[in-house]
Design a protein. Structure first.
Length: 296
């Protein structure tokens, strides 16, 4: 165990395996594979991890995982699938829309399937070829605000895949309940996070675990890792709400072990103390209290 009170995994994708996402997804393409899902759930059970929040997928894997999870003593939450605007990043984990009316239809579809919350995609990924840049074009802040408003009107919390200063500020100002990743932000943005009710899940090991794998040069990874560490220290200083989530299933981030790696990254950056653990426990409690299926 990490310590007496085990932390939960606040960002995972059971459809992926941490090794090869194309191969992992292909396993479920014709029908959801229970054997693979059980293998990943077992990995969490063996480490004493009893809470997992999934980021969704388009093939029904997280939906099935939630049904199986109680057999492993796991409280499993899922948006069923993530929602992205067509032409923007997100098709890997969800369904796309062109108009706000279509977005609302998808939201209701997820809700009717029993989604615990809504997952939206408002920006792309880190551009490893251009430090500080995010791939693609972020959604306009007015559009993000409307997406969050519609979800909240439907009684659903919002998990937002978001990177970059503009993207994170737009998401926080829109009132998202959690910001996932949040790479390449600055002190002003962290201040805004701290002043808001949004929980930041920085998923540090999606980059840290790439060191030594040969995919990217250390000279590319190190500046990203250093900035993330600096931002985490500021988040702790300003007392922003932060929770542990590893993006388990991403390349080099294994289910179960990913959370252990993420915890260790936090301890390496902030130092292991009761205050840091209490801070993280508060962030996770906010996640657990907020990202739950609305009562019908």
């Amino acid at each position: 165990m990490l310590y007496e009170e085990m932390f939960g995994e606040c960002h995972a994708h059971l459809i992926m395996d941490g090794l090869n996402y194309k191969d992992a997804i292909s396993i479920h393409k014709d029908h959801v594979n229970d054997e693979v899902i059980r293998k990943h759930l077992k990995a969490y059970e063996e480490l004493g991890i009893v809470f997992v929040r999934d980021g969704g997928d388009a093939l029904g894997v997280s939906e099935r995982a939630r049904k199986l999870a109680p057999e492993y003593g796991i409280d499993y939450r899922t948006p069923i699938f993530a929602i992205h605007k067509n032409g923007h990043y997100g098709s890997i984990v969800g369904k796309g829309f062109d108009t706000m009316k279509e977005y609302h239809v998808l939201l209701k579809e997820a809700k009717n399937k029993g989604a615990d919350f809504i997952k939206i995609m408002t920006t792309g990924l880190l551009d490893f070829n251009n430090h500080g840049q995010i791939t693609g074009t972020p959604l306009d802040r007015k559009e993000v605000r409307e997406m969050v408003h519609i979800a909240h009107e439907e009684g659903m919390a919002v998990m937002s895949h978001t990177n970059g200063i503009y993207g994170v500020q737009a998401a926080v100002e829109a009132g998202v309940d959690s910001v996932e990743h949040g790479n390449y932000i600055d002190p002003e943005t962290i201040r805004e996070l701290a002043d808001s009710d949004s929980v930041w899940v920085p998923t540090l090991v999606t980059i840290r675990n790439l060191r030594g794998c040969g995919r990217y040069k250390e000279s590319v990874l190190d500046p990203i890792i250093e900035l993330a560490a600096k931002n985490l220290r500021l988040a702790y200083k300003y007392r922003a709400k932060v929770a542990l989530g590893s993006d388990a299933g991403a390349y080099m981030v294994l289910h179960g072990k990913g959370l252990m790696d993420e915890y260790q990254a936090f301890m390496d950056i902030l130092g292991e103390s009761g205050d840091v653990r209490a801070w993280l426990a508060d962030g996770e409690k906010r996640i657990q209290d907020t990202f739950r299926r609305p009562e019908s």
